[in-house]
Design a binder for this molecule. Structure first.
Ligand code: SAH
Ligand code: SF4
Ligand code: F3S
Length: 456
C-alpha cells in the first residue's frame, strides 16, 4: 500500500463523487487490530468529507468491520445487515459495506446472499476505501464492488491514522500471521506476516507523543516475530522506543510463547517502568499432546520454562492468557492439564473460549470433534477454577498504591479511570484536569481485572 494518504486521495480520480457532509457509522467486532482498522477507516473517510455518527439511523454509509475468529461470524453479519433493511427502504442511497475478516473470507458470497450489501473489502484494502465507495456510488443503486485481494508482494508501509489518539493508543507493527495454528482462521483472513520498518514505527510514536499520547500498545498477531527490513527484531524495537521516545508507557500484544526469548525479557526488565510489567502470553492448552495437534510450536514444559525465565527477571510481572477448551481430541485428562497449568502459572486474567471449527483450517477436518455439551461443561469448570486463582492473586493489591495513567472521566459519577502498569482498570474520584497525568492511587477494592481506589 502507498505510504502517503494525501497521495492516495490525489490518485483517487473519483474523489469528487464523495460529497461533502455525508455521515458514516462503523460497527466494529473482534480484536484490537479491528479497532485500530476502524480508526483508520474513520480517518480516511474524514479526509473524504464524511463525518462519523454514533448510530446507524443517522448514517449515509454503514460499514461492518467484521470478525471471523469464532462461532457463526457470517450469520452475525447477515443479521446485522438485516436490521438495516428499513433504513435502506427509507433511503435507497444508503450504502452498506462489509470489511474485516468475514469480508476477506467470504468476498462476493456476501453480496450474492444479501442484496442489501453494496460493497465488500478485505483486510488489505482499507486504504482503497474512499475509491471503493466512490465506485459503488458511481455504479448507482444496485452497483456492487468487491475488493479483497491481498497485497503480498508490497511492503507494509502504513502510517498510524487515529483521529483523537488520546492518552493511550495502538500502533500496528506487524500484520498477518504465518503460524497456521490448526484452529485459527487468521492466516487466511489477514494474509502473510509482514513487519513495518523500524523507522516508520519510531516516526509514528514520536508523532503520537507530540499529539499528547502517553502510552502506546504495539500491535500484531505475533509481535515477537517482528523483523524490520534493517534486521532489528522485536526486542530491539521495544528498547529503541523506550530509550529514544518520550512516550511514558509501552505495552504490546500479542506475543507468542515459541518466540519469547531471554533477550526480550532482558529488554523488558531493564526498561521498567517504561515497558509495562504485564504480559499477555496465550498458552491455549496445558496438554503437550493437544499443543502439538494445534501446531503451537511449544510443549507444556517449554511454556513453563519461559514463565520461570520471565518471573526470575521481572518478579512483579502480571500475566494473562488465552485458552481453548474442547479442541478436537481433547480428553478429560488433557483438559485437567489445562486447569493445572492455570493453577501453576497464575495468570491474573484468562480469556477462555470453546473451540469453534473455522473454514480452511486443519482442525476443522479432524474427525474427533468434542461434543458441544462437553465444551460447555469444561469452559464453566475452567472459569470456576480460575476464579479461585484470580481472587487469591487480586488480594495483594488491597491497600497497595499504584501509579495510574489517567485515561478518562465519567461526568455523571465524577469518576476518573485509568490503568496501572499491570493493565488493571482502576476507578477513583478526581478532577478531569488529571486526564493524561500519572497519579498515585491507593487500591481499596480489588477484583482480577478492575479495581476501586483513592487518589493519594
Ligand atoms: N495471535 C494470537 C491469537 C489471536 S486470536 C495468539 O497466537 O495468541 C485470539 C484468541 O482467539 C486465540 O488466542 C485463541 O484462544 C482464540 N481462538 C482462535 N481461534 C479459535 C477457534 N477456532 N476457536 C476458539 N477460539 C479460538
Ligand atoms: Fe492464529 Fe496462531 Fe497466528 Fe495466533 S499465532 S493468529 S492463534 S495462527
Ligand atoms: Fe477477528 Fe480478524 Fe481479529 S478474525 S480476532 S478481527 S484478526
Amino acid at each position: 500500500m502507498s505510504s502517503s494518504i494525501e497521495q492516495l486521495l490525489a490518485h483517487n480520480k473519483e474523489k469528487s463523487l464523495l460529497d461533502a457532509n455525508k455521515r458514516v457509522y462503523i460497527s466494529t467486532y473482534g480484536c484490537q487490530m479491528n479497532v485500530n482498522d476502524t480508526e483508520r477507516m474513520y480517518s480516511l473517510l474524514e479526509m473524504a468529507n464524511y463525518s462519523p455518527v454514533t448510530t446507524p439511523d443517522q448514517a449515509d454509509l454503514i460499514i461492518i468491520n467484521s470478525c471471523s475468529i469464532r462461532e457463526k461470524p457470517v450469520h452475525k453479519v447477515y443479521s446485522e445487515v438485516g436490521k438495516y433493511r428499513k433504513l435502506k427502504d427509507r433511503n435507497p442511497h444508503l450504502r452498506i459495506g462489509v470489511g474485516g475478516c468475514v469480508g476477506q473470507q467470504e468476498k462476493e458470497n456476501l453480496i450474492k446472499s444479501s442484496p442489501l450489501i453494496d460493497f465488500v473489502f478485505g483486510t488489505d484494502n482499507i486504504d482503497l476505501l474512499p475509491s471503493i465507495i466512490a465506485r459503488s456510488e458511481q455504479s448507482g443503486v444496485g452497483g456492487k464492488v468487491v475488493e479483497a485481494k491481498f497485497h503480498h508482494r508490497e511492503p507494509y508501509h502504513v502510517e498510524t491514522l487515529v483521529r483523537n489518539p488520546g492518552v493511550a493508543t495502538f500502533v500496528n507493527i506487524t500484520k498477518g500471521c504465518d503460524n497456521f495454528c490448526t484452529f485459527c482462521v487468521v492466516p487466511y483472513t489477514r494474509g502473510r506476516e509482514k513487519s513495518r520498518p523500524l523507522q516508520h514505527v519510531m516516526d509514528d510514536v514520536h508523532k503520537l507523543v507530540a499529539r499528547g499520547t502517553k502510552e502506546v500498545t504495539l500491535l500484531g498477531q505475533n509481535v515477537n516475530s517482528y523483523e524490520s527490513d534493517c534486521g532489528a527484531d522485536f526486542a530491539d524495537l521495544l528498547e529503541k522506543i523506550a530509550r529514544e521516545t518520550d512516550v511514558q508507557r509501552i505495552r504490546y500484544t500479542t506475543s507468542h510463547p515459541k518466540d519469547f526469548n531471554q533477550k526480550l525479557i532482558d529488554v523488558m526488565a531493564r526498561n521498567q517502568p517504561k515497558i509495562c510489567e504485564y504480559i499477555h502470553l496465550p498458552f491455549q492448552s496445558g496438554s503437550t499432546r493437544i499443543l502439538e495437534r494445534m501446531n503451537r510450536g511449544y510443549t507444556r514444559e517449554e511454556y513453563l520454562e519461559k514463565i520461570s525465565m520471565i518471573k526470575a527477571a521481572i518478579p512483579n510481572v502480571v500475566l494473562s492468557t488465552d485458552i481453548i477448551v474442547g479442541f478436537p481430541g481433547e480428553t478429560e485428562e488433557d483438559f485437567l492439564d489445562t486447569v493445572r497449568l492455570v493453577q501453576e502459572v497464575g495468570p491474573e486474567t484468562i480469556f477462555a473460549f470453546k473451540y469453534s471449527p473455522r473454514p480452511f483450517t486443519k482442525a476443522a477436518q479432524f474427525t474427533d470433534q468434542v461434543e458441544e455439551s462437553v465444551k460447555d461443561d469444561r469452559l464453566a469448570r475452567l472459569f470456576a477454577a480460575h476464579d479461585i486463582v484470580g481472587k487469591e492473586l487480586a488480594k495483594k493489591y488491597d491497600g497497595q498504591t499504584l501509579d495510574i495513567l489517567v485515561e478518562g472521566h465519567d461526568e455523571d459519577r465524577g469518576n476518573l479511570h485509568g490503568r496501572s502498569s499491570q493493565n488493571k482498570n482502576v476507578f477513583f474520584n478526581g478532577d478531569k484536569s488529571l486526564i493524561g497525568k500519572m497519579v498515585p492511587v491507593k487500591i481499596t477494592k480489588a477484583f482480577s481485572a478492575t479495581m476501586r481506589g483513592e487518589l493519594q
